[in-house]
Design a protein around this ligand. Structure first.
Ligand code: ZN
Ligand code: ZN
Length: 94
């Protein structure tokens, strides 16, 4: 279990002391459009990879690695995504 130092979410398959994919992408996004794309993407709760859509909460490789969606039921709520969108909106017009 590794906690992302950016969003403080726990990703079992995240490498130690690494940020999750969304936080890394947010840092490297060159435009608001790009940033919003990452914020609107679905994040796998196992490895933190971003997808346009995901059938469940885990991607194929996490399921293949033996992770089970049942283990993540408590993490399903993404309450802080709302904050991220405000953040993106406030950078508009620059
Ligand atoms: Zn993160
Ligand atoms: Zn995954």
């Amino acid at each position: 279990m590794t906690v992302c130092s950016g969003c403080k979410k726990t990703f079992p398959l995240l490498k130690k002391e690494e940020k999750c994919t969304r936080c890394l992408k947010k840092q490297t996004a060159k435009s608001v459009t790009e940033l919003e794309k990452y914020l609107n993407a679905v994040q796998c709760l196992g490895c933190s990879s971003l997808f346009k859509s995901l059938a469940g909460i885990l991607c194929g490789s996490c399921l293949a690695a033996g992770l089970k969606e049942d283990d993540f039921t408590e993490q399903k709520l993404d309450s802080d995504d709302e904050e991220d969108r405000k953040e993106a909106a406030s950078t508009k017009g620059m």
